[in-house]
Ligand binder design. Structure first.
Ligand code: LMR
Length: 298
């Protein structure tokens, strides 16, 4: 709905929404299409549905790959790889065949870093740089926890990097993050809380939420998808950055090559991004991010 309303791409950008479903979800998708049509969004020029990715991805400029089996209580996201990996291989092939050569792909289905890597490896004709694994939800969760602890509104938290995977091995970076422009460590003078409670809360937030209401996050995920798109189509405010899981070439920050790893990015607002250069490291942070980059896949 947010996409259809024009709140993401702006009031001058007409939208065609192409929804990809499965045989099982087709009827529900028809219902969603009806809702969209009946909302009379002035910018929504087309709503179509299909279960064929080659039809749906034809000429698309943005592909939001959300559909995948979600995890249930007690599962790790990596446990979904067998079943979901195939979906993203197929979708990568379809994107490669028919999508715009400039398509930007945001992979949300878990384990999203590995799925993004599978997808881009199956789409050799699309620049690997155009693929993202969604770690914006983790960034938002981290900002929320820091704001709550510091007693400020969350828009006062900036420069929040999530390093690594959208999994419990991720490294939320409290060394570079800022509150009201000041380093977090100068505002929250509780190193133990930062290293233990804060880290764990962000890393495990998705799992805790599933345990509480029996399903994975939906509202905060969709907000974070919108945030992720906006970050790529809006110039990043001076001095700030955002996190996204992107493809590594040439060992950025000493991180392993040829993986999808969340890192700090900036955009000129053209849909592209560059990695941030002026981040600082201490031994704790450097050791953690390089170790996870060489050890983990999921
Ligand atoms: C989340 O982080 O909430 C989602 O990735 C769903 C999940 O499995 O945790």
């Amino acid at each position: 709905m947010t996409l259809a309303s024009g709140e993401v791409f702006g009031p001058d950008q007409p939208i065609a929404l192409k929804l990809l479903g499965s045989e099982r979800s087709f009827q529900a998708l028809e219902g969603v299409a009806m809702e969209l049509e009946d909302s009379l969004f002035p910018l929504l020029r087309e709503v179509s549905i299909s279960i064929d990715p080659y039809e749906v991805f034809q000429d698309v400029e943005w592909a939001l790959l959300i559909g995948a089996k979600p995890r249930g209580p007690g599962m790790e996201r990596a446990g979904l790889l067998d079943i979901n990996g195939q979906i993203f291989a197929e979708q990568g092939k379809a994107l490669n065949a028919v999508a715009s050569r400039n398509v930007k792909v945001i992979v949300v289905g878990n384990p999203c870093n590995t799925n993004a890597l599978i997808c881009l490896k199956n789409a050799p004709n699309i620049p690997a740089k155009n693929f993202h694994a969604l770690t914006r939800l983790d960034e938002n969760r981290a900002k929320c926890q820091l704001a709550l602890k510091a007693g400020v509104f969350y828009d006062k938290v900036s420069n929040m990097t999530i390093w690594g995977n959208h999994s419990t091995t991720q490294v939320p970076d409290f060394l570079n993050a800022r509150i009201n422009g000041f380093p977090v460590k100068e505002v929250i003078r509780d190193q133990k809380w930062l290293e233990e409670e804060f880290m764990e809360k962000v890393q495990k937030r998705g799992g805790v939420l599933i345990k509480k209401w029996g399903r994975s996050s939906a509202a905060s995920t969709s907000v974070s998808i919108v945030d992720a798109i906006r970050s790529l189509i809006t110039p990043t405010p001076e001095g700030d950055w955002f996190s996204s899981g992107v493809y590594t070439t040439g060992n950025p920050y000493g991180i392993a090559e040829d993986i999808v790893f969340s890192m700090p990015c900036r955009s000129k607002g053209d849909g592209d991004y560059e990695l941030v250069k002026d981040v600082i490291f201490d031994d704790y942070l450097l050791e953690r991010i390089t170790r996870v980059s060489y050890l983990l896949i999921y």
